[in-house]
Design a binder for this molecule. Structure first.
Ligand code: KG4
Ligand code: ZN
Length: 347
């Protein structure tokens, strides 16, 4: 089987994603988002997300199959997010995937959502040189990974000790009254601001953090610093230039992410870094990493911004890599694992 045709299903959070991939070619990438239903709560409400997946899955699958111009019986395997994520949301995608795999008599691959974020880059840029390093930055996770084999061996060498980078974006956007989700809104606002206007703290970068937290991140202090800065000026009736706050916050996030990740690449002696996750779409994270990787002689691989946020294609791509690597399919009675460890690529 040279170019497997894979159906990928994603339902870990607020996006119902169905992707169909043949080898490195995307045949369909359908995403139905419930983000607007969560916006007034300032974050994802699990029960609303589950209900939305239930309502969206059938139509999203139908659109994907139609766009791809295939018959479901042609697919070689079904890949689905088994974790991490919201249990009630994962159950919907997993049940659909099991049903399809059983009815079509095709193998099922329950995969790790986070590894799929990293693997999606292979669509545009070909197989990953292995070993390589990965920076995974999403709404719930921020980790530096040592990828020895994307299908079987991924190790976390550092992660956030409190908020994830995306979570910091969302919380800062909320305190600035900018809406949810905050990443893209802040990114756009920051392009009009001065990144040097305010010097916000860079978490875990002090010399005494180097021993224990060299590759770990902390964003909750940064979020609090932004909140305090804004609170003091609001109290004093000063005009707040939101663009400058956004740009300065974004600079702090990008600075820490890029500095620690390049340091990790050098520590691991790898010459390629791959990005993944929603925050990998961030313009400053991308540009700072590009220049710092360039200076260090590291090849930077970045998925297209549109493929960084949650989608079914990334799940299909990881499924494809598992099929090609000869990894055993998952049993049909697998359960969702809301806290699936990053070292588990598939179950
Ligand atoms: O990977 P993802 O789609 O979902 C999770 O697996 O969590 O990431 C969503 C996160 C949100 O926190 C969102 O605010 C952030 O990615 N995000 C961004 C950008 N686009 C999405 N953060 C910064 N800049 C962006 N352009
Ligand atoms: Zn994600």
């Amino acid at each position: 089987m040279s170019e497997p045709l894979i159906l990928g299903i994603e339902s870990s959070c607020d996006e119902t994603g169905v992707g169909i991939v043949r080898g490195h070619e995307i045949l369909a990438n359908e995403v139905a988002s419930s983000v607007e239903e969560h916006a007034r709560f300032g974050g994802v409400v699990p029960e609303i997300a589950s209900r939305a997946h239930l309502e969206s899955f059938g139509p999203t699958l139908a659109r994907a199959v139609e766009t791809a111009g295939i018959d479901l019986s042609e697919i070689d395997a079904v890949a689905v997010t088994a974790g991490p994520g919201l249990t009630g949301a994962l159950v919907v995608g997993l049940s659909a995937a099991k049903t399809l795999a059983y009815a079509l008599n095709k193998p099922l691959y329950g995969v790790n959502h986070l590894i799929a974020h990293v693997g999606v880059d292979t669509l545009d840029h070909g197989p990953l040189p292995q070993p390589c390093a990965a920076l995974l930055v999403s709404g719930g996770h921020t980790s530096i990974l040592h990828v020895e084999d994307i299908a079987t061996r991924v190790t976390e060498i550092g992660s956030t000790i409190d908020d994830a980078a995306g979570e910091a974006y969302d919380k800062v956007a909320r305190l600035l009254g900018l809406g949810y989700p905050g990443g893209l809104i802040i990114d756009q606002l920051a392009s009009e601001g001065d990144p040097k206007a305010i010097r916000f703290p860079r978490g875990l970068t002090a010399p005494h953090d180097r021993e224990k937290h060299r590759f770990n991140f902390s964003f909750s202090g940064l979020k609090t610093a932004v909140a305090r800065w804004v609170e003091i000026r609001r109290r004093d009736g000063e005009v707040i230039v939101l663009e400058d706050v956004a740009a300065s916050f974004q600079e702090a996030v990008g600075d820490v992410l890029s500095a620690k990740t390049v340091d990790a690449c050098q520590h691991l002696s790898v010459d390629t870094l791959v990005l993944g996750g929603g925050v990998a779409a961030n313009s400053r994270v991308r540009s700072l990493l590009e220049s710092r990787c360039g200076e260090a002689g590291i090849t930077l691989r970045r998925p297209k911004p549109g493929l960084c946020t949650d989608n079914g294609v990334m799940i299909a791509v990881l499924g494809s890599q598992l099929v090609r690597a000869g990894v055993q399919p998952s049993p049909l009675d697998i359960s969702p694992d809301s806290s699936m460890p990053i070292s588990t690529v598939s179950i």
